[in-house]
Design a protein around this ligand. Structure first.
Ligand code: HEM
Length: 406
C-alpha cells in the first residue's frame, strides 16, 4: 500500500554520506529467485552499515547483526511504542508488543499462561489433524496454491483453537485479517480493522466473566498492577494475539515451502531424517528472516559516530541479521547441520515472540505431514511465486505441483 507522496528532507543530524534510498514496501513481485536476499546482499555490499532513508516517513536502517541485537535487547534506549513504519500507520496499539518496561512485563504475564509448553503441546494433535485434512484435500490433484489452500488457513485455525471459536467464523476472520494486514487501499484497511474490532467486541461481551480456559477468557480475567485491564487494553491484547500469529507463520511457511520445492537435496535430507526438521526450521528462519519491526529512540545517543536523536525511527529487518557474514560463516548457504543458528527472527530480549513454540510446532507438523504425502514437488513452471515485501516479507501466492499418484 504505497501512499507516500512527499519525502521528508534529511534531518540536520544525519550526515549526507549516511543517506541511502531504501523502500521497505515495494510492489509485490513475481519471484524466481530469493530477491529479498539479493537486496540484503546488495545493501551489505554498497550501503553504510547504518543508514537513513527518506522513504516511509524517513527512518534509520540497521543492516548488521550487532546493531540488530542492540536494538532488540535494549528496550530502554529503543522503545517498542510504534513498531510499524511509517510512524502512526495504524489506528491502534498492540499490547503487549508496543509497550515498554514494567507495563510490558505486566501485560506479558497475562498472556504467558496461554503459551506454556504444556498448553502448546496439547494442541499438537489438533494441528496435525488439521494439516493432514488440508493436504489430503488437494494431494490427488497434483497441485495447489499453497498460500490460499494451506499457509493462510492453518494459523487462523490454530488461533481459533486457542480462542475456542466456532469453525463457522473462519471465512469471515480470514477475509478481515487479510484486509487489515494486506490492504490494497486505506479504505480496505479501515474496513478490515472495523470488522475485526466489531467481532472482538462481541467476543469480549460473550466471555466477560473470564470463566473459561481459552485465551480470550484469560485476557478478560487478567490483572495488571493489581487491577483488571481496561476494555481498550483487553481489546488490543486480543488483536495482538490474533494478528501476531497469522502473517508471520504464513510468511515463514511460504518461504520454507518454496525453498523445499526448489531444493531436492535439502528435501531428501528431511524426508530421510525427520529429527533434522527442527534445526532446518531455524536454519531457514535465519536464512530468510521474514519479520521486521521498528524502534523509537528514547533519548539522544551516539553509536559508532552516528547521532540517533530522540524520536528517530529505526527499522530492524531480521533478514539482515541472518545474512550477516560477520556473524554467520557462509550465511548464503542453507546448512541443516549448521552448529550455531541463533537467529533474530523471533526477536530477542523481553519482547521475544511469545508464540515461538507454537509457531515451531505448526511448522514442524507442516513439514512432517507434507513430506510424507508429497515427497517430491516443485514450483509450477507457468505461475511464479509472488512475494510482498513489508514489515513482514510474505509469500502471497505459491503454486506448487507434484506427480499424481496412480
Ligand atoms: C514464524 C512465526 C512467528 C514469527 C517469525 C514471529 C516473530 C515475532 C517477533 C520478531 C516478535 C518480537 C518483535 C520485536 O522484538 O521486534 C514477536 C512478538 C510476539 N509474537 Fe510472534 N512470531 C511468530 C508467531 C507467533 C504466533 C504463532 C503468535 C501467537 C499465536 C505470536 C504472538 C506474538 C506476540 C503476542 C508477541 C508480542 C510479545 C511481547 O511483546 O512480549 N507470534 N513475534
Amino acid at each position: 500500500m504505497a501512499e507516500e507522496t512527499v519525502q521528508p528532507v534529511r534531518p540536520d543530524h544525519v550526515p549526507a554520506d549516511r543517506v541511502y534510498e531504501y523502500d521497505l514496501y515495494e510492489a509485490p513481485r513475481e519471484v524466481t529467485s530469493d530477491y529479498q536476499i539479493d537486496i540484503v546482499r546488495r545493501l551489505h555490499r554498497e550501503a553504510p552499515d547504518i543508514f537513513w532513508t527518506p522513504k516511509n516517513g524517513g527512518h534509520w536502517v540497521v543492516t548488521r547483526a550487532r546493531e540488530i541485537d542492540m536494538c532488540q535487547r535494549d528496550g530502554e534506549l529503543f522503545s517498542m511504542q510504534d513498531v510499524v513504519l511509517p510512524a502512526g500507520a495504524k489506528p491502534f496499539i498492540n499490547i503487549p508488543l508496543e509497550t515498554d518496561g514494567p507495563a510490558h512485563s505486566a501485560y506479558r504475564n497475562v498472556l504467558q499462561p496461554a503459551f506454556t509448553p504444556a498448553r502448546i503441546m496439547q494442541l499438537e494433535r489438533d494441528i496435525r489433524a488439521l494439516a493432514i485434512e488440508l493436504i489430503e484435500g488437494f494431494v490427488d490433484r497434483g497441485e495447489c496454491e499453497f498460500v490460499g489452500e494451506f499457509s493462510a488457513i492453518l494459523p487462523i485455525e490454530i488461533f481459533m483453537q486457542l480462542a475456542d471459536l466456532p469453525k463457522s467464523d473462519k471465512a469471515d476472520l480470514m477475509r478481515w485479517a487479510d484486509a487489515s494486514v494486506h490492504p490494497r487501499t486505506l479504505e480496505e484497511r479501515i474496513w478490515g480493522y472495523g470488522q475485526m474490532s466489531a467481532y472482538i467486541e462481541a467476543l469480549m461481551a460473550e466471555r466477560a466473566d473470564g470463566a473459561r480456559e481459552d485465551v480470550i477468557s484469560m485476557i478478560m480475567r487478567g490483572q495488571v498492577f493489581d487491577r483488571g485491564m481496561t476494555h481498550e487494553e483487553r481489546h488490543s491484547m486480543i488483536l495482538n494475539v490474533l494478528l501476531g500469529g497469522l502473517d508471520t507463520v504464513m510468511a515463514t511457511m511460504g518461504v520454507i515451502a518454496r525453498f523445499l520445492a526448489t531444493h531436492p537435496d535439502h528435501r531428501r535430507q528431511l524426508r530421510e531424517d525427520h529429527a533434522l526438521i527442527p534445526r532446518a526450521i531455524d536454519e531457514l528462519m535465519r536464512f530468510y528472516g521474514a519479520t521486521g519491526t521498528a524502534r523509537v529512540v528514547t533519548r539522544d545517543i551516539e553509536h559508532d559516530g552516528i547521532l540517533f536523536r530522540k524520536d528517530d525511527r529505526i527499522l530492524i529487518q531480521t533478514m539482515f541479521h541472518g545474512q550477516d557474514e560477520r556473524r554467520f560463516d557462509n550465511p548464503d548457504i542453507v546448512d541443516f547441520n549448521r552448529k550455531d543458528v541463533r537467529h533474530a527472527t523471533f526477536g530477542q530480549g523481553k519482547h521475544r515472540c511469545i508464540g515461538a513454540m507454537l509457531a515451531r510446532l505448526e511448522m514442524r507438523i507442516f513439514i512432517e505431514e507434507w513430506l510424507q504425502r508429497i515427497p517430491e514437488f516443485d514450483v509450477a513452471a507457468d505461475e511464479c511465486a509472488i512475494l510482498e515485501r513489508g514489515m513482514v516479507n510474505s509469500m502471497r501466492k505459491l503454486k506448487l505441483v507434484w506427480p499424481r499418484l496412480g
